[in-house]
Ligand binder design. Structure first.
Ligand code: ADP
Ligand code: ZN
Length: 611
C-alpha cells in the first residue's frame, strides 16, 4: 500500500474515532478500553508491553505498545489496588506514567480528547520513526540525527585535490590545538566557517579531517534534519546541539546542507512549515551570537547553494569565513584516485593519470565510486587485481549514472567550451583595455550557477573609459565569436556573456552618455519606478522615438564590436586552435602559461588599438 494513501486513511480513521468518541460520550460510556484483572496488568508491565500508564483515583489505565501491523494501540484498564511497588516497577520498565485526580464522567471526557491524541501521536511517531530512527520519546532531543564522533580518524591525507581549502583550514586546526596560546596572544578566530561547493567534493570529509587533525570531537547534523513537523522542535534541537558542543569543547559542530534551514527568510511564502524553519534559523543565530569561541567550539557548515542563504547567517561574527571547495581539476582527480586506490590491489596496466583524464567533471564522491565499482567488477570475475578494463567499465557505469542527473559533459560540449573560453582569453590578450587573463578553465563549474558569491570586485564600481568598456565588450563577445569561427555554428553557452554585453552597451548609451548620436545625456527612466520612488527619477517618460534610437545605438555598438572581435580571432585562428586543444588536454591553463605558449608557437598577437 502506498504510504500517502495509508496516511490519508489514517486521518479519516482518526476523524471517525473522534466523531465516535463524541457520540459515545453522550451515553457516558466509552468501551474502547479493555478491562483486565490487576494481575494481568502487572504481567503486562513485567513483559514490557506497556507504553504508558495513567493513574486515576480509582482506576489505572494502560496504553499497550503497538504490535506489528497494528495501526493503533490497545488500551487496558484495571481497578486500582493498594500496591506500593507499582511506581517502582513502572520506572524500572521505563513505562511513562502520569496521574489524574479526576474520576467519573469527567474522566471519560478527558479520555475523549486523550485517545485520539494518543492515536495521532502514535501515527506521527510511526511516520517519523522510519525517517529518523527515533521514537516518540526522543522528539526534541537532537539525538535523532545528531552524530558524534569522538575521533573521526580522518586526516588531511584522506582529502585530496583541495589544497587551497586545506591551507585555509590549517589555521582552525592550529587554534583548536593551541587554544591557550591563541587566547594569550589575543588572536581572533573565526566562529563559523562555511564550506561552499558542489555536492560530493569533500566538504564533509574536510570538516571531519579538521576534527581528526586537531583530535577534537565532531558533532554533525544535517540542515534538512532540522525541518521538523512539530513547532518548537527545530529550535530545541539547535539549543541542545550547542549545549552539547559547549560541554565537549574544544570541538567542531558541523551543519551539513545549511541551506535547508538557512534560506532567505522573506523570500519564502508564508506557511506553517516556513515559520518553523524561521524559528530554527533564529535560534541558530541566537546561539551563534551567544557562544564564546574562546571555549573552542568551531562551527562549520556546508552548502552548494550559498546564494539562497539568509544574509544574516553570513554577517561578521557568524559564518564570515567562506572556503570554496570546487570540482577537482585533472591533477586533483589523480590525487583523489590515489587516496582511494591505497587499499586496492592494482594491476600492472593501471595508469591513474589516464583514469583522471577520462573523468572530467567528476567530484571526489564520483571518483570514490569509480574505484569501488572497479574493485567490485574485478572481484565478480575473480581477478586477482583490479585492471584497467575494470576501471574503464566502472567509469562508463558511473557516467551513465551521472548522465541521468545531467552532470556530465560530452566530448563535443567540452570542445565547444574549450573554443569558447579560448576565444575570451585571446581577445582579452589582444585588446589593451581588458584585464589580464589569470586562468582559463573548462572544468564544469557547478558553482558558476551559484553566481560566484565569493568573487569580489564588482565591475561597475570602477571608473571606466569608453574604450575600456568597448574592450570589455569585445572580451565578452570573444566566446561566441570563437564558436562561430571554429564550428560555423553557435551554442547557447554564450547567453550570460551576451546578457552582460547588452547590459554594458545599454548603460553606455543610457547612463554614461557615451553614444555620439544620443549625445551626453542620460535616459535612465526606462527603469521601472520603485515602490518608494515616488517623485524621484520618474518624471521623464521616454518617447517611443527616443527609445527606438537608444535601441539602435545599442545595436550599433554591439555589431561594431562583433565585427572587430571577428577580425581579431580570424587573424588568430591558429592560436585559437592550439589553445583550445591544450585546454581540452589540461582543463586548466594559467595566464602566464597561456602567454608563454602563445608567444612560443607564433609571434604574440599584435595589440590592436581600440575603436
Ligand atoms: P560533500 O560533503 O561535499 O557533499 P563528502 O565529503 O560527503 O562530500 O564526500 C563523499 C565521499 O566522497 C567522501 O567520503 C570521500 O570518500 C569521497 N571524496 C569526496 N571528496 C574527496 C576528496 N577531495 N578527496 C578524497 N575523497 C573524497
Ligand atoms: Zn563565455
Amino acid at each position: 500500500m502506498n504510504k500517502k494513501y495509508f496516511y490519508n486513511l489514517s486521518i479519516l480513521f482518526l476523524i471517525f474515532v473522534f466523531a465516535l468518541a463524541i457520540h459515545r460520550s453522550a451515553y457516558a460510556a466509552f468501551p474502547v478500553t479493555e478491562r483486565i484483572p490487576y494481575s494481568d496488568f502487572k504481567k503486562l508491565i513485567q513483559e514490557d508491553k506497556l507504553e504508558e500508564v495513567i493513574l486515576d483515583t480509582t482506576t489505572i489505565k494502560g496504553v499497550l505498545k503497538a504490535e506489528e501491523g497494528q495501526t493503533f494501540k490497545r488500551n487496558v484498564t484495571t481497578v486500582k489496588v493498594d500496591d506500593p511497588d507499582l511506581i517502582k516497577e513502572l520506572v524500572e520498565h521505563s513505562v511513562k506514567f502520569s496521574a489524574t485526580a479526576q474520576n467519573g464522567t469527567s474522566q471519560y471526557l478527558y479520555l475523549i480528547w486523550f485517545i485520539p491524541m494518543i492515536i495521532f501521536l502514535i501515527m506521527m511517531t510511526r511516520a517519523r520513526r522510519g525517517a529518523t530512527g527515533a521514537g516518540l520519546m526522543s522528539i526534541g532531543k537532537s539525538r535523532a540525527n545528531l552524530y558524534i564522533d569522538k575521533d573521526t580518524g580522518v586526516t588531511f591525507d584522506d582529502v585530496a585535490g583541495v589544497d587551497e581549502a586545506k591551507e585555509e583550514l590549517k589555521e582552525v586546526i592550529d587554534y583548536l590545538k593551541k587554544k591557550k596560546k591563541y587566547q594569550r596572544l589575543g588572536g581572533k578566530i573565526p566562529k563559523g566557517v562555511l564550506l561552499v561547493g558542489p555536492t560530493g567534493t569533500g566538504k564533509t570529509l574536510l570538516a571531519k579531517a579538521v576534527a581528526g587533525e586537531a583530535k577534537v570531537p565532531f558533532f554533525s547534523i544535517s540542515g534538512s534534519g532540522f525541518v521538523e513537523m512539530f513547532v518548537g522542535v527545530g529550535a530545541a534541537r539547535v539549543r541542545d546541539l550547542f549545549a552539547q558542543g559547549q560541554e565537549k569543547a574544544p570541538c567542531i559542530i558541523f551543519i551539513d546542507e545549511i541551506d535547508a534551514l538557512g534560506k532567505v527568510r522573506a523570500a519564502a511564502p508564508i506557511s506553517g512549515g516556513h515559520e518553523e524553519r524561521e524559528n530554527t534559523l533564529n535560534q541558530l543565530l541566537v546561539e551563534m551570537d551567544g557562544f564564546d569561541t574562546r571555549k573552542g567550539v568551531i562551527l562549520m557548515a556546508a552548502t552548494n547553494r550559498p546564494e539562497i542563504l539568509d544574509p544574516a547567517l553570513l554577517r561578521p561574527g557568524r559564518f564570515d569565513r567562506h572556503i570554496l571547495v570546487d570540482r577537482p581539476d585533472i591533477k586533483g582527480r589523480e590525487e583523489i584516485l590515489k587516496v582511494h586506490c591505497k587499499n586496492v590491489k592494482l594491476g600492472n596496466n593501471v595508469d591513474i593519470k589516464i583514469i583522471a583524464a577520462r573523468t572530467p567533471g567528476f567530484v571526489g564522491a564520483d571518483l570514490a565510486n569509480v574505484v569501488n565499482e572497479a574493485a567490485l567488477l574485478a572481484a565478480r570475475v575473480g581477478n586477482e587485481a583490479v585492471g584497467m578494463d575494470n576501471f574503464e567499465e566502472a567509469i562508463n557505469r558511473v557516467i551513465a549514472g551521472l548522465e541521468k542527473k545531467k552532470r556530465v559533459m560530452s566530448k563535443k560540449e567540452q570542445e565547444i567550451i574549450a573554443y569558447h573560453e579560448s576565444g575570451h582569453a585571446l581577445v582579452a590578450e589582444s585588446v589593451p583595455g581588458a584585464d589580464k587573463v589569470h586562468r582559463i578553465s573548462i572544468i564544469p563549474r557547478g558553482i558558476a550557477a551559484l553566481g560566484y558569491t565569493l568573487q569580489l570586485p564588482t565591475e561597475d564600481r570602477y571608473l571606466l573609459t569608453r574604450s575600456e568598456l568597448l574592450d570589455r565588450l569585445a572580451v565578452l563577445l570573444g566566446g561566441r565569436v570563437a564558436e562561430e569561427i571554429h564550428f560555423n555554428e553557435i551554442s547557447t553557452g554564450a547567453q550570460n556573456d551576451l546578457e552582460r554585453a547588452t547590459d554594458i552597451a545599454m548603460s553606455m548609451v543610457r547612463e554614461y552618455g557615451m553614444s555620439e548620436k544620443m549625445g551626453p545625456m542620460t535616459f535612465q527612466n526606462g527603469k521601472k519606478p520603485q515602490f518608494m520612488d515616488i517623485g524621484f527619477r520618474t518624471g521623464r517618460e521616454l518617447s517611443e522615438e527616443v527609445s527606438k534610437e537608444i535601441d539602435s545605438e545599442v545595436k550599433k555598438i554591439i555589431f561594431d564590436i562583433h565585427a572587430r572581435v571577428k577580425d581579431i580571432l580570424a587573424k588568430n585562428k591558429d592560436r585559437l586552435q592550439i589553445l583550445a586543444k591544450l585546454l581540452m588536454e589540461k582543463e586548466v591553463v594559467e595566464g602566464d602559461e597561456l602567454r608563454k605558449i602563445i608567444s612560443e608557437n607564433i609571434p604574440p598577437p599584435k595589440k590592436e588599438s581600440s575603436v
